[in-house]
Design a protein around this ligand. Structure first.
Ligand SMILES: C[S@@+](CC[C@H](N)C(=O)[O-])C[C@H]1O[C@@H](n2cnc3c(N)ncnc32)[C@H](O)[C@@H]1O
Ligand code: SF4
Ligand code: SF4
Length: 351
């Protein structure tokens, strides 16, 4: 049994051995394993075993708040752009703690001049998955350079299935052809997912947008209701089975929609602790936040970037009631809620 102290004099206990550990919830008949959902960085084993001393698993660094698009729904937030030295310092702090998966985001991170250097640093430091979130509109040579540096995961915003609507969703930027060409080329070379943020404006073409993204050969399609438009995505019921079978994240969301579950939000019966924050992290400026949603919804940071971040995060996890926090209660993603439920059932906290 792993034990680790936290700042409040209580103990976090992880149940990762046999003996008194109750049957894993995921072993119960009919219950899905987190890894089957297709969110590659979430697994039952991680949920059971993560601690303040386990490798950092999934960290996101916001490099700049600048962007060439003006998506009307955007929850990009404004924050100070990082210098290269600041970004490398944070990356090094993470890598000293065994960072496994990193995501660079923004704003539009491809507009941050030294992204390729940062990616190379992550690769040289042994980070396995190096992800970039982008709107896909930048010239191909930039993406080719990032691939060459070691980027092996690309998330691309893709909110419409025709140029005119894509232009509206991008706040007037006419880049549909560039974006689609880049998606096709990137999907031939690495793991690519597209993200469709669903609003009242584009929900009518959701199924067509999914079909088009599928035709580009992407690995998965992440359909997310915009934070300000949370509702069950009924249109998802019309996505053909053959497309669902090709994309596990999409299939998970569609299954949830069919069961009447929203993409966002917690219930009173869900874990009130956010175990994800133990080995996940999002950083903007010199602040570390519980998660990227929390940061974008303007929640308070847990603390400042520095060597004590893990300890601070463990204290936050053990003391923060997420159900009483409107940001978490209304915005937490289905997959994070499921992860925390698995983790909560596998652990206990003693005073
Ligand atoms: C803020 S963007 C930054 C990266 C890049 N510029 C892009 O668009 O992919 C990161 C992600 O947040 C998503 N996003 C922005 N505003 C959102 C909102 N209101 N609700 C849900 N997701 C949102 C974007 O679609 C994108 O997948
Ligand atoms: S491209 Fe990304 S950061 Fe830029 S406005 Fe759109 S969602 Fe926001
Ligand atoms: S929104 Fe979800 S993942 Fe983020 S801090 Fe709250 S409970 Fe954790």
């Amino acid at each position: 049994m792993g034990r680790s102290p936290n700042g409040n004099g209580t103990w976090l206990r992880t149940r990762n051995n046999a003996g008194s550990t109750p049957a894993r919830p995921t072993e119960r008949e009919g219950e899905m394993r987190l890894e089957d959902i297709g969110f590659y960085t979430l697994s039952d084993s991680r949920a059971r075993n993560a601690s303040a001393f386990s490798p950092l698993w999934r960290c996101e660094l916001l490099l700049t708040d600048r962007c060439n698009f003006k998506c009307p729904y955007c929850r990009g937030s404004s924050f100070n752009e990082l210098t290269y030295d600041q970004a490398r310092h944070t990356l090094n702090l993470w890598m000293e703690q065994g960072l496994q998966n990193v995501r660079f985001s923004g704003g539009e991170p491809t507009m941050w001049m030294r992204l390729a250097d940062l990616i190379r640093t992550a690769k040289d430091g042994g980070v396995k998955r190096i992800a970039v979130s982008t709107n896909g509109s930048i010239r191909w040579e930039v993406y080719a350079g990032l691939l060459e540096a070691g980027m092996n995961d690309v998330s691309i915003s893709f909110d419409a299935c025709c140029a005119a609507d894509a232009k509206k969703m991008a706040g007037g930027m006419d880049k549909f052809n560039t974006v689609t060409q880049n998606i096709v080329k990137l999907a031939q070379r690495t793991y690519v997912t597209v993200g469709v943020v669903v609003t009242d404006e584009n929900v009518g073409q959701l199924v067509e947008t999914i079909k088009l993204a599928h035709s580009f050969g992407v690995a998965d399609i992440r359909v997310i209701s915009a934070a300000q438009h949370n509702k069950i995505l009924e249109a998802l019921g019309n996505v053909p089975e053959s497309i669902l079978d090709a994309h596990p994240i999409l299939k998970y969301r569609v299954n949830n929609a069919v069961k009447g579950r929203n993409v966002r939000g917690m219930n009173n019966t869900d874990s009130k602790r956010c175990w994800l924050a133990i080995d996940d992290m999002a950083i903007a400026d010199d602040n570390h936040y519980p998660c990227i949603i929390y940061m974008r919804e303007k929640g308070k940071p847990i603390g400042k970037v520095g060597p004590d971040m893990r300890k601070q995060r463990e204290g936050w996890v053990l003391s923060h009631n997420c159900y009483e926090d409107p940001i978490c209660r209304q915005n937490c993603l289905d997959v994070c809620v499921d992860y925390n439920n698995v983790a909560e059932k596998a652990r206990c906290v003693e005073a």
